[in-house]
Design a protein around this ligand. Structure first.
Ligand SMILES: NC(=O)c1ccc[n+]([C@@H]2O[C@H](COP(=O)([O-])OP(=O)(O)OC[C@H]3O[C@@H](n4cnc5c(N)ncnc54)[C@H](OP(=O)(O)O)[C@@H]3O)[C@@H](O)[C@H]2O)c1
Ligand SMILES: *[C@@H]1O[C@H](CO)[C@@H](O)[C@H](O)[C@H]1NC(C)=O
Ligand SMILES: *[C@@H]1O[C@H](CO)[C@@H](O)[C@H](O)[C@H]1NC(C)=O
Length: 339
């Protein structure tokens, strides 16, 4: 063989080895980074399929939890005007932006208008207040927190009659939805949606809206699966966000024998199984924790899969056992939970 040909063969062989090495290295680093997925909403926007819930955190707790969560990989934060912690969430974001750990584009922020903001104008005002609290100029997702409008302008976030029942607003949910559409059109919210809406209410919005809701956020865990509502939303390309996925750390759920058995099979915790089950149901999930080790645990669900049989076993745990409700709204004409 002549020298040049030998050199060409040698070059080809070493090139091939380099390529194999490169492919191996890439696949290794992507395996280490196994992480959440981005889901495309019906308006083209992307949302991480797991997020941090912040309910019941005060400003200080929210500030610390958001910083911890971002440091361990969360890029989706769920708050609300009602939680009273938007200022804390905003402080964390400001610090993260200033230290260049994050840019605004890197993180998905959801907030919600409270029940005393139910009209076209008030919905806009509610989100403007949230943005001011957060120190942001847009939300990634703005939601109507509940379909049940409360009487506005009383300074009371739960305006009640003497018998404890809530004083409703006169406004129709479609009117409130028009306000959400205004927010979408003027760029204050990249996506808009609803929360705690039932099929009947979604149907009315879809029929009369010019912009379809991108999301319905509602309670969902193995004891309250709501498969019909999930199917309806998925059929209408409305993304589902499951809240209280651990049933707020209900011991009955966390110590459920079926979930424990499945968890053991995969060397995972029950919480990790409950969260993974949502992901595999095509649902986005938000779980709350103020503890770093649990923030990590709840995110560590993207390196394994539940079998079809395990998914079926979990679906047998459904008991229609709802946790979240508001005292005094059961007589409201838009009470969502009795259909
Ligand atoms: N749209 C609505 O009307 C609505 C209603 C309710 C909730 N949400 C949203 O959904 C989010 C999540 O729901 P949620 O806060 O009600 O309940 P959740 O996420 O089901 O449960 C939170 C509780 O579970 C504990 N926990 C977290 N990870 C755990 C783990 N790996 N093992 C054991 N315990 C764990 C937390 O304690 P530690 O903090 O001590 O870890 C906390 O007490 C809320 O924070 C809120 O953002 C929305
Ligand atoms: C969803 O769509 C499927 C297939 O078209 C249909 O069979 C089912 O009844 C729909 N479910 C709901 C809840 O809309
Ligand atoms: C089980 O999971 C724990 C925690 O992630 C890990 O430290 C341990 O090595 C795992 N054990 C096996 C047998 O994989």
């Amino acid at each position: 063989m002549s020298k040049p040909i030998k050199l060409i063969i040698l070059g080809a062989i070493s090139g091939f080895i380099c390529m194999v090495l490169l492919v191996w290295l890439c696949s290794r680093s992507s395996a280490e980074k196994e992480s959440y997925a981005l889901i495309r909403l019906n308006n083209g926007q992307l949302i991480p399929n797991i997020g941090l819930g912040t309910w019941a955190m005060d400003d200080d707790q929210a500030r610390e939890a958001v910083k911890e969560a971002v440091s361990v990989g969360y890029r989706h934060i769920d708050t609300a005007w009602r939680y009273g912690n938007e200022v804390g969430v905003g402080q964390a974001l400001k610090e993260l932006f200033e230290s260049k750990q994050l840019t605004r584009d890197d993180i998905f922020i959801t907030s919600k208008i409270w029940n005393t903001f139910h009209s076209r104008q008030l919905a806009v005002k509610g989100i403007e207040e949230s943005l001011k609290n957060l120190g942001l100029d847009y939300l990634d997702l703005a939601l109507i927190h509940w379909p049940t409008g409360f009487k506005a302008g009383t300074d009371d976030i739960y305006p009640r009659r003497d018998d404890g029942s809530i004083m409703p607003s006169d406004n129709d949910i479609v009117d409130t939805w028009r306000g959400m559409e205004d927010l979408y059109r003027n760029g204050l919210a990249k996506s808009i949606g609803v929360s705690n809406f039932n099929i009947r209410q979604l149907e009315r919005i879809i029929r009369q809206a010019s912009i379809k809701p991108s999301v319905n956020q509602f309670e969902r865990h193995p004891f309250l699966i709501q498969q019909e509502l999930v199917n309806y939303c998925q059929n209408h390309s409305i993304a589902v966000i499951a809240y209280s996925p651990l049933r707020q750390a209900d011991p009955q759920l966390l110590e459920n024998p079926v979930l424990k058995d499945i968890a053991q099979t995969h060397n995972k915790t029950v919480a990790q199984v409950a969260l993974r089950w949502q992901i595999e149901s095509g649902v986005i999930v938000i779980a709350k924790s103020s503890r770093k080790e649990r923030l990590i645990e709840n995110m560590d669900i993207f390196d394994y899969q539940l079998s079809d049989q395990e998914m079926k076993r979990i679906s047998t745990l459904d008991q229609n056992k709802r946790l979240i409700d508001i005292p005094g709204i059961q007589s409201h004409s838009e009470y969502p939970f009795d259909n």
